[in-house]
Design a protein. Structure first.
Length: 144
């Protein structure tokens, strides 16, 4: 994990959380490596608050306008310590954006998915993943 600070959005509709499907860098240096899903979010720019950053990232990555933000928790992430916010968005369906800071012509973000959320218990509410990794076949012994 780096010293970089990030902000991420927890956007929930009907028991599902919005996640951005991305590709990591592969051996070629292009974004054709491992597939993973992460909450919409990214780095906090100089002079920007975490709240401002999460609203900007939601607009850039998912094409949604945030109406309100509320801090939920801080979590470790491979790209930096992340402040996660509940974000209420306006009406409409998300649409995949582009990463303006990308230094190559290959897409890192490849899709948006509404991922079902499990409940931990009646009192604890929904369990929100910060990062999900794809595996080709799954770990040995895992059944689907």
């Amino acid at each position: 994990m780096t010293d970089r600070r990030r902000a991420a959005a927890v956007i929930i509709r009907d028991g599902h959380v919005l996640m951005v499907r991305e590709r990591g860098r592969g051996p070629s240096g292009r974004h054709d490596g491992h597939e993973y899903w992460t909450l919409p979010g990214g780095g906090i720019e100089p002079g920007e608050t975490a709240e401002q950053a999460v609203l900007r990232e939601v607009a850039e990555e998912a094409g949604l306008a945030g109406r309100s933000v509320r801090h939920l928790y801080d979590a470790p992430h491979p790209a930096g310590w992340t402040s996660c916010f509940a974000v209420e968005v306006g009406p409409g369906e998300p649409r995949l954006g582009v990463d303006p800071g990308l230094d190559c012509d290959c897409p890192r973000m490849t899709g948006l998915s509404w991922v079902p959320l499990p409940r931990s218990s009646a009192s604890a509410g929904l369990m929100v993943p910060v990062l999900l990794m794809a595996t080709p076949e799954g770990p040995p012994g895992l059944t689907s």
